[in-house]
Design a binder for this molecule. Structure first.
Ligand code: SAM
Ligand code: SF4
Length: 326
């Protein structure tokens, strides 16, 4: 069992497949000329299978594939199909641009739920955020997933004075579509020009929603990071992931593996344990996994706490989001 020193049981592993991405979201990737890891540094298919199996034997019940863009990896389909044989709930987070090429793989892997990131419903702003002209493709792919019966969650990172004016449009979208929008408070990572002024808070989102809708709070699953709501009579739901103003660390059940096989016990941890190289050297990785877990801080990687206005992004030691795997 994967239990940390605060008695939190961990049964959810996020595996980053690559730090490469076909988008250049300004809040995620430090710059257009970013250096990506050489592929020899990445966990290979058989290594992912073997390491994931060892995590599953320790009690992992859910695996999310992420990145970078997980579907940008050449052998993504093989990895998905291999992991689908494990006794876990398999899912992924994607920027949505390549879903049409993978829909049959998702079905074969019995994936039921997929998170797609979309920060705007405006094509020009989409190009500005991602630096790629793929808005229509992403939108079509979201519709494809819904038509194929997938449970679709939409991740929208809210940034003040940039896309907070679209919150109500996203909620409107949930009227006739069974889509689950999740507004994410903007978080600080290396090189992402985070500034506390840009955080549009959980409370502000709810106040805005209340100005237009009657909505109800939905029941939370254990370990849920999102606080969910539904406008009366609407098909879909909306939620807020309030990492900056109301963190959910006390029920955290998540562990992470970066694409180069380093274990991170928290999105914000500065410590990493090299699982891949130990595995390549034939070492037993189980004590390393337990050591990483034992090092887990009570909250936010031990790097900040309290009022987010006081957070100094330069004092946080971490990778950029694209190299962690969100
Ligand atoms: N490429 C995939 C995608 O965009 O969905 C998966 C990786 S991406 C790093 C995972 C999630 O992290 C996305 O929903 C993205 O919007 C979110 N994210 C990235 N940087 C963030 C930040 N600074 N604050 C909040 N969420 C962020
Ligand atoms: Fe790529 Fe996702 Fe980061 Fe955007 S948020 S740059 S799509 S990894």
């Amino acid at each position: 069992m994967l239990q940390d020193s605060f008695n939190r049981i961990h049964d959810y592993l996020r595996i980053s497949l690559t730090d490469v991405c076909n988008f250049r979201c300004q809040y995620c990737i430090p710059n257009e000329e970013a250096q990506f890891m050489p592929s020899s540094h990445l966990m290979q298919l058989n290594e992912i299978e073997s390491i994931a199996t060892q995590f599953v034997n320790l009690g992992i019940k859910k695996i999310r594939l992420t990145g970078g863009e997980p579907l940008a990896r050449k052998d993504a389909a093989d990895i998905i199909l291999a992991l689908s044989k494990l006794p876990v709930k398999l899912t992924l987070t994607t920027n949505g641009s390549r879903i049409h090429q993978f829909i049959d793989v998702f079905k074969a892997a019995k994936i039921r739920s997929i998170n797609v990131s979309l920060d705007t419903l405006d094509a020009a702003k989409f190009n500005q955020i991602t630096k790629r002209d793929l808005f229509t493709q992403v939108l079509n792919n979201i519709k494809l997933l819904i038509n194929e019966g997938f449970h679709v969650k939409l991740n929208m990172v809210v940034m003040r004075s940039f896309n907070d004016n679209e919150i109500l449009n996203f909620i409107d979208w949930t009227k006739n579509l069974p889509i689950h929008v999740r507004f994410i408070e903007f978080m600080p990572f290396t090189g992402n020009q985070w500034d506390n002024e840009k955080v549009f808070t959980f409370q502000e989102i709810l106040t805005l929603a209340s100005s237009k809708y009657q909505y109800a709070k939905l029941r939370e699953e254990p370990n849920e990071t999102a606080k969910s709501f539904q406008v009366n009579g609407y098909q879909g739901t909306f939620a807020v992931i309030s990492t900056m103003t109301a963190p959910f660390c006390n029920t955290c059940n998540r562990l992470r593996l970066t694409a180069d096989g380093k274990m991170k016990n928290c999105l914000f941890s500065n410590g990493e344990i090299d699982i891949l190289n130990a595995h390549r050297n034939g070492a037993n990785i189980l004590p390393l996994i337990q050591q990483s877990l034992a090092n887990k801080a009570l909250a936010l990687g031990g790097q900040f706490e309290g009022d987010y206005h006081q957070v100094d992004p330069h004092a946080i030691t971490n990778r950029s989001m694209i190299k962690i795997g969100g």
